[in-house]
Design a protein around this ligand. Structure first.
Ligand code: NDP
Length: 289
């Protein structure tokens, strides 16, 4: 494992590649056992360039591990009822085991209504209230991908999470809240911080595990990190010079942390790997031998 200053660097690209290899083997067994491959339907509405790139990357990643991918591209002005009709068709399809609606959706469409229309059993983004609720009661079915990726990175260093002080900065439904629930299930003592938190520095300084999911470039300073802490940086920010940076000052934090994730190359690669993993999990439950 490479080191920078005091910290070992958790290489998300390598961990994600290992997970993809494992999934490839599982998919191959599933195909020979059932004659069926897992299938992921990705729904893209409109011409958002970033969304198009994400969708293309997801399709390529599926192909690599043997998952069938079905892309449904709809025009920007598609009606909500037309989109709902497509989702209900995908819910009923035997070839589709995972459904992902690429966000953001155009303003005339109610995101929540669309996400709730996806069958919870095929909700590979894990955003359906039923899946969020299951996570909250400690009985998850399909959980959000980025938080799952964070947990895999902690597991990749053999971290015993039980009893540790975990501080999460950010309380979004897609990262902060679900990762808090996952850490709680693993018996960490969890604090969730946000923009109204007082003495953020003091709270981060007390943490054995720091998860940064803020969306503000290098907001968490090196001197906020307790010696020996583990730092997972979920943030992806585009700096003025065009480079990608995290929410943590990597240089400063790596002088105190025992392990740290880089940006890029940390949490980022894990998100798609966990989407593939969720699709394979969903297919294993849905496909009968
Ligand atoms: P949101 O904007 O939805 O949430 C940001 C959170 O940070 C909010 O809870 C907000 O608090 C909190 N926050 C903002 N400013 C401060 C502050 N000064 N002090 C403390 N807390 C603050 O972001 P997301 O959760 O969607 O994403 C967070 C980051 O993670 C972004 O950089 C995003 O690009 C990245 N990301 C990366 C992914 C990956 O694959 N690696 C996937 C998803 C996101 P409040 O609730 O009070 O407003």
């Amino acid at each position: 494992m490479k080191r920078h200053n005091n910290a070992f660097i958790i290489n998300g690209k390598e961990v994600a590649a290992r997970i993809r290899d494992e999934l490839k083997a599982v998919v191959s067994v599933m195909k020979s056992d059932t004659g069926r491959a897992p299938g992921l339907a990705v729904v893209l509405v409109g011409e958002n360039q970033a969304s198009k790139v994400y969708v293309r990357n997801k399709a390529r990643a599926c192909e690599e591990v043997g998952i069938r991918s079905f892309q449904h591209s709809l025009p920007e002005n598609v009606g909500q009822s037309e989109l709902l009709a497509l989702i209900s068709e995908l819910n009923a399809s035997d070839d589709v085991h995972g459904i992902l609606v690429q966000l953001p959706l155009p303003g005339h469409i109610d995101d929540a209504l669309i996400l709730e229309a996806i069958s919870p059993a095929k909700d590979v983004d894990g955003f359906h209230p039923c899946n969020m609720g299951r996570l909250a009661i400690g009985s998850p079915l399909l959980s959000p991908c980025t938080p799952l990726g964070v947990m895999k990175l902690l597991d990749s260093i053999g971290m015993d999470i039980s009893g540790k002080e975990a501080v999460i900065v950010g309380r979004s439904n897609i990262v902060g809240k679900p990762v808090a629930l996952m850490l709680l299930k693993r018996n960490a003592t969890v604090s969730i911080c946000h923009s109204k938190t007082t003495d953020l520095q003091g709270k981060v300084l007390a943490a054995d595990i720091v998860i940064a999911a803020i969306g503000r470039e290098r907001y968490i300073k090196g001197e906020w990190i307790k010696d020996g802490a583990i730092v997972i940086d979920v943030g992806i920010n585009r700096a003025k010079d065009g480079t990608l940076t995290g929410d943590v000052d990597f240089e400063g934090a790596s002088k105190h942390a025992s392990y740290i994730t880089p940006v890029p190359g940390g949490v980022g690669p894990m998100t798609i790997a966990m989407l593939l993993s969720n699709t394979v999990d969903a297919a294993r439950r849905l496909v009968k031998k």
